[in-house]
Design a protein around this ligand. Structure first.
Ligand SMILES: Cc1cc2nc3c(=O)[nH]c(=O)nc-3n(C[C@H](O)[C@H](O)[C@H](O)COP(=O)(O)OP(=O)(O)OC[C@H]3O[C@@H](n4cnc5c(N)ncnc54)[C@H](O)[C@@H]3O)c2cc1C
Length: 437
């Protein structure tokens, strides 16, 4: 006899566990199972993430999804006293005049929506960040076209958290409330059948209503699991299960890389502990004016994590590997691409040593780079985070909860109502993100 659940959630990344947590909380009597091919929660792209968060977006949808999720994470850490490694270190965007003037209308909009930012002039930044070079005269920087730093934007309600701890919080609470996990279990396919089976050969036939009946598993369980509702939170692998049943997930994967640079025992140690921006006396995440090169302090490891935005010439991956270790970080990409930009603005990085490097996948929503959550019959799909799923994870989990209960609006943490149809494809109504530096 196949097992039967009220809800089966496929995927135990941030999207899956946040959804499962809210579903179980809001529906205490329901039997809910989370399935993942890996051996534990958060071992996909969630565990490989930079796990930065910010509420500074131009899109009002991004603003509310991120801002309310950040509030919830702050609540978990400060009031529930569960350490999710959250540090409000802030984000600091360094910009030239053109970038600053392009940003101003967006900053005014943020202010109108209660999202605080601070504008810094060049002299403020030179005083606050002594090791920073604001202008260049040499040939190398001219070839690279590095803009000078004429000012900066600081977002105080931005920072970093520990994605493993956050996932452990959601997964632990879900299990405490009676939720179940099946790890090491691969969902091979979504089972589709007639809503009202008649026992006729070839069902479901075209004239019959269809529904997702459950999931067919391989791996340790090797069985079918029947469910009244299936929530698909499969991240970069969504299409594998959606396309065979004729549903378009609008998701494409791209490789992303992170490089950890040792700060201990070098000039970088002082840079890491730059006071003046936050209560922790740490440098914020800094975004350079070129190629989206950015770095964040990881104080407990005395290192910086460095990354870069490389959209063009980075191919989409149609069928991502299941083993993420097959995606390698590229040393040359760091040494020839990121390093020269980084060391031009921050000479303290010269001669610094790489401690570790790794790669993961962004799951892009190719329509507008904003996440989606939609329901079709008894299937709910959540994903398309486009590289910012941790910071919006709680709000998306709540959206899944509302879709399950057929509520028009999800109540986000702090009480703000958010219309779930905005996140679907039929009546999609999200503001595109324009503040892309
Ligand atoms: C290098 C890097 C840096 C990033 N930086 C940030 C950042 O600073 N801030 C931020 O907010 N976001 C960041 N992200 C994005 C963030 O990691 C993702 O948005 C988020 O992890 C997506 O969560 P998810 O649950 O959808 O996907 P995942 O965490 O990938 O989870 C999907 C899960 O589904 C499971 N699964 C899929 N298909 C099946 C199947 N058929 N059977 C069984 N299990 C299945 C997988 O095993 C996996 O565990 C970054 C990502 C990367 C790679």
């Amino acid at each position: 006899m196949p097992a039967r659940y009220d809800v089966v959630v496929v995927g135990a990344g941030i999207m899956g566990v946040a959804s499962a947590y809210h579903l179980q909380n809001e529906n205490p009597g329901k039997k809910i199972l989370v399935v993942d091919r890996y051996g534990g929660a958060g071992q996909g792209n969630t565990g490989r993430s930079n796990a930065m968060f910010r509420n500074t977006f131009s899109s009002s949808d991004n603003q509310v999804l991120a801002d309310s999720s950040i509030d919830f994470y702050l609540h978990v850490q400060k009031e529930l006293k569960v350490d999710v490694g959250l540090q409000e270190i802030g984000y600091l965007w360094l910009m030239n005049e053109t970038q600053l003037s392009k940003s101003k209308p967006f900053l005014r909009r943020m202010e109108g929506n209660g999202i605080a930012t601070t504008l810094y002039g060049k002299e403020d930044l030179k005083r606050l960040v002594p090791g920073m070079a604001a202008g260049f005269a040499d040939d190398e920087t001219k070839v690279m076209g590095l803009p000078p730093v004429d000012g900066g934007v600081f977002g105080p309600k931005c920072g970093r958290l520990d994605p493993d701890r956050l996932v452990r919080f959601y997964a632990g609470e879900f299990a405490r409330a009676g939720g179940e996990f099946a790890f090491g279990s691969e969902v091979k396919r979504l089972m589709v059948g007639p809503s009202e089976p008649l026992g006729i050969e070839g069902e479901p036939l075209v004239w019959q209503e269809t529904r997702v009946e459950g999931v067919s598993l391989a791996g340790s369980s090797q069985t079918d699991v029947l469910a009244d509702m299936v929530v698909l939170a499969g991240g970069a692998w969504l299409n594998e299960l959606l396309e065979p049943i004729g549903v378009d997930g609008h998701v494409k994967a791209k490789k992303r890389q992170l490089f950890s640079v040792r700060a201990e025992g070098s000039k970088l140690e002082r840079l890491l502990h730059t006071p003046g921006f936050n209560q922790l006396g740490l440098l914020p995440l800094v975004i350079l004016p070129k190629a989206g090169v950015h770095f964040k302090p990881v104080s407990e490891e005395e290192c910086f994590w460095v990354a870069c935005e490389d959209e063009m010439n980075r191919p989409y991956i149609d069928l991502p590997e299941h083993d993420l270790d097959r995606y390698r970080a590229e040393r040359l990409y760091y040494e020839r691409g990121i390093y020269p930009v980084l060391t031009s603005y921050f000479p303290a990085f010269r001669g610094s040593k790489l401690k570790a490097m790794w790669a993961g996948l962004y799951a892009y929503n190719t329509l507008d780079n904003l996440p989606f959550a939609f329901r079709t019959g008894n299937l709910i799909v959540v994903g398309g985070d486009s590289g910012s799923g941790i910071m919006k994870g709680d709000a998306l989990g709540r959206a899944v909860g509302a879709l399950y209960s057929e509520e028009d609006e999800a109540v986000l943490y702090g009480g703000r109502a958010y219309r779930t149809s905005k996140l679907g494809f039929e009546r999609r109504d999200v503001e595109r993100e324009e503040w892309v530096i």
